[in-house]
Design a protein around this ligand. Sequence first.
Ligand SMILES: NC(=O)C1=CN([C@@H]2O[C@H](COP(=O)(O)OP(=O)(O)OC[C@H]3O[C@@H](n4cnc5c(N)ncnc54)[C@H](O)[C@@H]3O)[C@@H](O)[C@H]2O)C=CC1
Ligand SMILES: O=C(O)C(=O)COP(=O)(O)O
Length: 524
Amino acid sequence: MFRILVSDKMSGDGLKPLLDAENVEIVQQNVADVEEQLHTFDALLVRSATKVTEELLSKMSQLKIVGRAGVGVDNIDIEAATKHGVVVINAPNGNTISTAEHTFAMMASLVRHIPQANISVKSREWNRSAFVGTELYGKSLGIVGFGRIGTEIANRARAFGMDVLVFDPFLTKERAIKMGVTVCTLDELLQTADIITVHTPLTKETKGILNKETIAKTKKGIYLLNCARGGIIDEEGLIYHLENGHIAGVALDVFEVEPPQSSKLLDFEQVITTPHLGASTKEAQLNVAAQVSEEVLLFLDGNPVTSSINLPTLSKEVYEKIQPFHLLAKQMGNIVSQCMKEPVHDISIDFEGSVTDLETSYITKSLITGFLRPRVDSTVNEVNAGIIAQERGISFGEKYIPNNSGYENCITVKVSGDHSAFEIKGTYVPHYGQRIVALNGFDIDFYPVGHLLYIQHTDKPGVIGRVGQILGEHGLNIATMQVGRKNKGGEAIMMLSFDKQLEQASLNELKNIQDIVSIHTIEL
Ligand SMILES: NC(=O)C1=CN([C@@H]2O[C@H](COP(=O)(O)OP(=O)(O)OC[C@H]3O[C@@H](n4cnc5c(N)ncnc54)[C@H](O)[C@@H]3O)[C@@H](O)[C@H]2O)C=CC1
Ligand SMILES: O=C(O)C(=O)COP(=O)(O)O
């Protein structure tokens, strides 16, 4: 008998597969109310309210799977779950339409002051001139994050006669053309849009993506919406620009702290709110609860799951052999992703030598995972990387080539975008570790971990010395350094590693050195 704790409110109809199952006992109670029994549950089903922390996971010693009946998993400590061997699954598309519709309802309410007008009429007022609105027709809508929900919003915006601008570092030109939207940089979007709505996950990169400085770049009278996650629009920045009259209106479904009882934002007339209702429709709740219920049942019965966020589905034995290449490939993907500054539409992976005896499709997935992580979020893993790449219009393929690199095993990766390409070679040497042995045709040898700095420069006396001098002046200790060149006096590269992350000031100075062509920081 499996015990399942459902700790947030979920659709009874959606939970039917679990309620009907003979080998399952369901407890529908808040985590805090079953403190004494936590160690007895095999599965935990949550929405956004329950925080699945390291502490909770430590108490749930029997736990095998966490099912998130929704999309965002920022309330779940994925790293801790993985460490505890707990699979995390979500329901990625069950609430897409509901959230897109809610965002659109908020947008229309915002520009026509519907919530404020409603309060006024119910106070027995009839003040028509106080609520003169703005048409959506002909306005520019800036969408930050063009995934499932962003895409549905663009479809609806076009039907309203709006121009759609999109910023998503991950979006290829082909997909943008297909979807009829204009791709732009964040700055272009900020300067051009009349209304901006965010639809990214909450990650290191997206936290505060709209803040005091970036909001200052928007048009005076801008309308802003956040129906994704509290914190993507920095609340202090919002308050600052509401107070100085730059922002015309804000619609918020989500907050940095929920419920936002003490938030000053609630005091502004031009801020309209809902209590995290994006996914709160009968349809979405039925979809997401049914999706996770079915997956959890399958998993507990020993079947593989399809929407796992953290764990690969390999036997322990096979996994141990693949592990060194899995790490190498992931880091190679990560390096290339950080060095390529434009959308990528093709990734080709060549395997040679002994690595071809292994399950290379899994290594390829690790590489794609490493590539996607800096561009999407931590929910990408070996299980879902292929599908996500496909969804984003990135094709990838692997092939085996004759072993003539000189290494016992070698992986070569080439990624291509519209204007540039990047190539990297790596190998694994038992007892020595993972090594990157070539970058864009330059021979080199470095261990792909930590804080790295990749410099392309001209092979001239003094360049290396000047780099060392500037870093020294900034108190930065070079941990390791490798150089490579093709011809004397021609193009050359350096790869340096540090004990801590480099600050912008030191990078700016390095960029000014004559004969330095480009600089990339790489965080692994
Ligand atoms: N208010 C609510 O009740 C709901 C909120 N959500 C939130 O909406 C978010 C988006 O959901 P989906 O569209 O289903 O996810 P998705 O994964 O399909 O799309 C997210 C998009 O954000 C993009 N992105 C990632 N980092 C970015 C960056 N730094 N700058 C710009 N774009 C970036 C990705 O490339 C991707 O296209 C979820 O992560 C969740 O937090 C989702 C459902 C309901
Ligand atoms: O699916 C998501 O990411 C949501 O934010 C929905 O949250 P909820 O399940 O309604 O608490």
